[in-house]
Design a protein around this ligand. Structure first.
Ligand SMILES: Nc1ncnc2c1ncn2[C@@H]1O[C@H](COP(=O)(O)OP(=O)(O)OP(=O)(O)O)[C@@H](O)[C@H]1O
Length: 441
């Protein structure tokens, strides 16, 4: 999907800021290898001991296209668990994320199996390319479809982040980890295949038949469920740090799964801590300005990015539209101004059908986005609150559409037997992933 660089893509070289860590690097590696050895020994002896590995201090200089990455000298981020990475590890069964009781089962397939599954990483099987590397579609021996993420060389940090995070989570609206593999200089992550492209492709109209307002609302709710789960129901909480439309994968039923945990962070286990001081990472246009200013990361940074995503869903525009007139270039600024001036319909994606019910959704979702985008994080709602607000909007929408449908049916059913099957599927019955999406362990 990364055929060409979009205006939102930026390149930021972080080397000069990282340089200040260099004199300490040798010591960190010593400390880290000691801790890795301890954790590995604990794993072998069957005891699960919480290690504390300062992974950001292990981080090499990282130049990324599109994503932001620069650091602060007070970087004290920690990741509280690590697993052995020798050979293929699969996470076929693991307990609840809150207990972090994931265990590594016997290796179930090898590098050769992955080569077979992807037909030697053939270009025909390539489904995407991102900062992490290339993503391939694969079919395993048992016939199941998987997405194989083949890391670019020299990104050990992101590889580790992604497997550490994915191994702790299980939720219908998050892509599921099947396993990972380190083979010579290859680093591979195998995850659930989500077959209907990503949200950005749907908004661009290069996938599917265009998303109706009810479908966009369901997608917003799915994403909100997923982030609520990460912030509230994992232990320690997880901050995704890269919520954006291209990381929202879409199923055949037009429901959403959040992917790409390369930048995710485990929040501190210290209940008195208000934030983590860490490198600023994310994608231009989505990153919380308070985080970029203070280097302080909290779950409210994800809330900010979610606010940007809501605006994107309602307007169809990219967060940064460099070809638009100056006043419209920063989409959130433009859309919030339209909202404030009572002209939110102007900001509404032209691909969306206008109706009192869909206008109501756009207005209320933009109002929620406004709260998520508050400059000061304390003023932003929690993700759980966002879910509740979105549920309310969906209920109002359904009520309004049902009453309109009932009125038009009673008045002109003989003349107007046509029903819109696509809209109807949002009015009746429970949708896949409507609950918080927990999968019982
Ligand atoms: N599990 C998956 N199932 C199906 N397609 C996937 C899967 N994971 C990724 N993709 C596709 O591959 C693309 C690239 O994914 P990846 O997470 O590596 O990068 P990205 O998020 O798009 O970009 P960046 O890494 O710069 O943020 C996705 O946008 C998506 O289209």
């Amino acid at each position: 999907m990364k055929k060409a660089l979009h205006p939102t893509m930026i390149r930021q070289d972080s080397s000069s800021l990282h340089d200040q860590h260099k004199p300490r690097a040798k010591n960190y590696f010593k400390v880290v290898s000691r801790k890795l050895a301890a954790v590995f020994t604990a794993l072998l002896s069957g005891k699960r001991k919480k290690g504390s590995i300062d992974v950001n201090k292990m981080q090499k200089n990282n130049t990324r296209v599109k994503r932001i990455s620069f650091s602060t000298s007070t970087d004290q981020s920690t990741v509280s668990d690590v697993r052995s990475s020798a050979g293929f590890k699969s996470f076929g069964s693991y307990g609840s994320s809150s207990s972090m009781s994931g265990h590594i089962t016997t290796p179930s397939f090898s590098f050769e199996d992955i080569c077979k599954a992807t037909v030697n990483f053939s270009p025909e099987n390539k489904i995407g390319e991102g900062g992490f590397g290339t993503v391939y579609k694969g079919r395993l021996k048992d016939g199941s479809l998987v997405a194989v993420k083949r890391a670019k060389k020299g990104l050990p940090q992101q590889f580790k982040n992604e497997i550490l995070t994915l191994s702790k989570i299980e939720h219908l609206n998050l892509v599921r980890l099947f396993g990972y593999l380190e083979h010579k200089d290859e680093q591979i992550i195998v995850v659930e295949y989500v077959g209907n492209g990503n949200l950005r492709e749907h908004l661009d109209g290069v996938r599917g038949n265009g998303l109706e307002i009810a479908e966009r609302l369901d997608i917003a709710i799915d994403v909100a469920h997923a982030i609520t789960y990460l912030h509230t129901y994992t232990d320690p909480p997880i901050i995704h740090r890269d919520i954006k439309a291209s990381n929202i994968l879409i199923t055949e039923k037009l429901r959403a799964k959040v992917a790409d945990f390369g930048f995710a962070r485990l929040a501190t286990e210290d209940p008195t801590a208000t934030h983590i001081s860490t490198q600023v990472k994310g994608t231009a246009g989505y990153v919380d300005p308070e985080y970029t200013r203070t280097y302080q990361l909290t779950d409210k940074s994800d809330v900010y990015s979610f606010g940007v995503l809501l605006v994107e869903l309602m307007t169809g525009r990219y967060p940064i539209e460099s070809k638009k007139p100056v006043k419209e270039r920063v989409t959130i600024r433009w859309a919030m101004k339209r909202l404030k001036e009572g002209e939110f319909v102007i900001a509404m994606d032209p691909k969306l059908r206008r109706s009192p019910a869909s206008n109501m959704v756009v207005e209320n979702v933009l109002k929620l986005a406004h709260q998520c985008l508050a400059p000061v994080r304390q003023s932003r709602p929690t993700m759980k609150k966002c879910v509740e607000v979105l549920w309310g909007i969906r209920k109002d929408y359904k009520d309004r559409v049902s009453s309109t449908t009932a009125a038009s049916t009673s008045h002109c059913s003989a003349n107007f037997p046509y029903r819109n099957a696509k809209s109807d599927r949002h009015l009746f019955g429970i949708q896949e992933g409507d609950s918080y999406g927990f999968i019982s362990a």
